[in-house]
Write a new protein. Sequence first.
Length: 155
Amino acid sequence: MPVVLFTLWVIFNAKLNLEIAVTGIFVTAFVYRFMCKYMGYHYRMDMQILRTLPATLRYIAVLVWQVLVSNMEVSRFVLQNRVDIKPQFVFFKADLKTDTARVILAHSITLTPGTITVSEDDGVFGVHCLNSHMAEGMDNSDFVTILKEMEAKMQ
């Protein structure tokens, strides 16, 4: 986390010289200490973040790919006049243990064009899909698989 905080310091200053670097080190140390003392942060959280970093990067890549593929499909619906759109609700259970993973999954589904998460209750997601093809395989999608892997590494 200190590296991230220092990087943000440099980005916000838009340049790097000795004065900014030294000031940034002190500000970063102060903010990190504040986070540890008053916000419940601990260096062990840094280790958890590092353990899940490869899965997180893979998740982001899968999300970007799914958004691109879905954009193409929704664009095809819009540009073709004779496409039969059959919207439907799909309910599926994702065995995710943490609220954070459930929220990430819900937002990822909503970010993907043609699908909107309308409900979530104890891991049962309700999703409105633009077409039946978009509803296939949500319960065992790459999103769910990677999030389960990330949950396992966080414990």
